[in-house]
Design a protein around this ligand. Structure first.
Ligand SMILES: [Zn+2]
Length: 52
């Protein structure tokens, strides 16, 4: 597992969480154009939390 800098999706239909692990499927599914760096003041994705 690898920690990456926090990022989130600006797509309104995506969940209001941030991701910080490169093994998170949900984070990896965010299209490049919707990826925004930083937490956006959102809670951490629970998959990323579990991954470490
Ligand atoms: Zn995640």
């Amino acid at each position: 597992m690898a920690k990456v800098p926090a990022f989130h999706s600006k797509k309104p239909s995506d969940r209001n969480v941030y991701h910080d692990n490169d093994k998170c499927t949900e984070g990896n599914n965010i299209e490049r154009q919707n990826k925004v760096p930083g937490t956006g003041g959102r809670p951490q994705c629970e998959h990323c939390k579990r991954l470490g």
